[in-house]
Design a protein around this ligand. Sequence first.
Ligand code: ASP
Ligand code: MG
Length: 641
Amino acid sequence: MAIIVQKYGGTSVGTVERIQAVAQRVQKTVLAGNSLVVVVSAMGKTTDDLVKLAKEISTNPSRREMDMLLSTGEQVSIALLSMALQELGQPAISLTGAQVGIVTEAKHSRARILEISTERIAGHLDEGKVVVVAGFQGVTSSALPGGRQVTREITTLGRGGSDTSAVALAAALEACCCEIYTDVPGILTADPRLIPDAQVMAEITCDEMLELASLGAKVLHPRAVEIARNYGITLVVKSSWTDEAGTKVISPSPCARSLEGLELVYPVDAVEFDADQGKVSMLRVPDRPGVAAELFGEIGRQDIDVDLIIQSIHEGNTNDIAFTVASNAASRASSVATAILPALGSSQARSQAVPRERGEVMADNNIAKVSIVGAGMIGRPGVAAQMFATLADAGINIGMISASEIKVSCTIAAQEGDRAVEILCQAFDVSSHQATFPGRAVGTSALPGRAVGTSPETPVRGVALDKNQARLAILSVPDRPGIAAQIFGLLAQHQISVDIIIQSQRCRVINGVPTRDIAFTVAQSQVEIARLALEELRAVRGRPEKSVRGRPEKSEWGYSEIVVRRAIAKVSAVGIGMVKHPGVAAQMFAALAAQQINIEMIATSEIKISCVVAEAEGVKALQAIHAVFGLAGGQTIMVPP
Ligand code: ASP
Ligand code: MG
């Protein structure tokens, strides 16, 4: 008999009536000839209420006691659902995470799952029972000195963690699928509270889902998607109120993977490289709405496929935009850029003090792109820093950096390509993949099944808005190996997850040292910690630096200034359909230009384009791109309050 894992969220088990309705749905699935494991969340807002209670007693409750408290919520719902099933005459048994043997790390309030014992569940399934398991919780297992005894502490997986429990159980039990029942009809093309005509997607790949993390997180815990992707589990997200099909989240075909250390898999699962790229940089183009749209519109009309695009922070009243293309298209692309430059207009002098600047196009045909890819980078700060450090230790300088949720790409000198791939594969213990340019197709070949059977009519599957980010820019850092590694290593030490990272193209020579600016975005709540951490770096100035390839390099390095901008929003469009589909970026930029929205930063990966805009324009920007990609439908999605 096929095993199905079903997970019901808080609203789906929010009342006695809802629990009874769930019991009926569960029984129906059993009667259709399946073995069923059901994972449930705490009823309604129980977890929030428990948090409030704790805060009334203590401003800083111990994490252990918090886990003890919060894990009770799920224990209520498993017992009640089990009773409701028994009332229907359906044999059922409820089990806590500890009873099942969901073993986690000893990290209270954010534990990752290490392994799951399946014997007890399998036994109950054989007896014809539905097994109802408490989501969001697990238990630690550590041998005491002497190795005889174990201490068992209750842990929780982090808010929203029941999804992760369900998918992990599906992996451990080799279930045929995992159904996530929630209070929305599936995964939507945008947040319906901002876009009332957002539509349910019929399907989405795990990679797209992860790139849309800020949109998806509310519906699906990113760690659940990570497990589904790693173990090849088919997920379906649907409403527990209707019988509609919902959204299928497609995973790559399963590859044999050990279930040991289930959630501790390598954060990086491939190194990709593309030795055949050329870079075009446009320096000092005017900082006004429409510039990126005009440039990439023209590039698209010339049928040139663009790979990475980055636009760094503006300086004065101009920006730098850089992009990569297949090397055989580089000279054509740079002619297009040169031809369009006068039409973009020279920057308007904002004041007498700021002189008009002249634009400039630079082309470099001699670059390679290396990327690290992996779902496990989300929530693990330090992976990007490790990549930068690995390159730095080999003395390889990084040209462009572009990071998205599941990928970090760097351009480097072409002749360093082979060496870079070798050391990165070593550092992350993975094998490499030759990327297949032309087109934004680079990398989709890397994982089996990533792009199979999904050719949406529109190149973009969904759009997302993240208003919780702030931008930091470090001005005038020396342009040489090891600097990015230090910056992002330091941030990782402070547990700061960095989102978009962009290194400026413009080079300023200060005291004979070429410098560039490095800008990145972090969660607003972390911006102050990040700024303080970076202040430490200033103190490094003058101290001898770590040796580079055995050569101790004495250097003075610091930066001139850190600039923080909080009032930003990030809008992203995601879709595997943009691979080999020139002009998608141009379409997005044009939609923003039509609304007179200025683009402050751009970063792309193969399946994602992100723009930073002013916070006040975030929603308008989101609406504009949702509309331009034809994602809107006639139907209005009901969202629960
Ligand atoms: N009850 C937990 C929470 O509210 C876990 C979950 O619902 O997924 O975060
Ligand atoms: Mg949830």
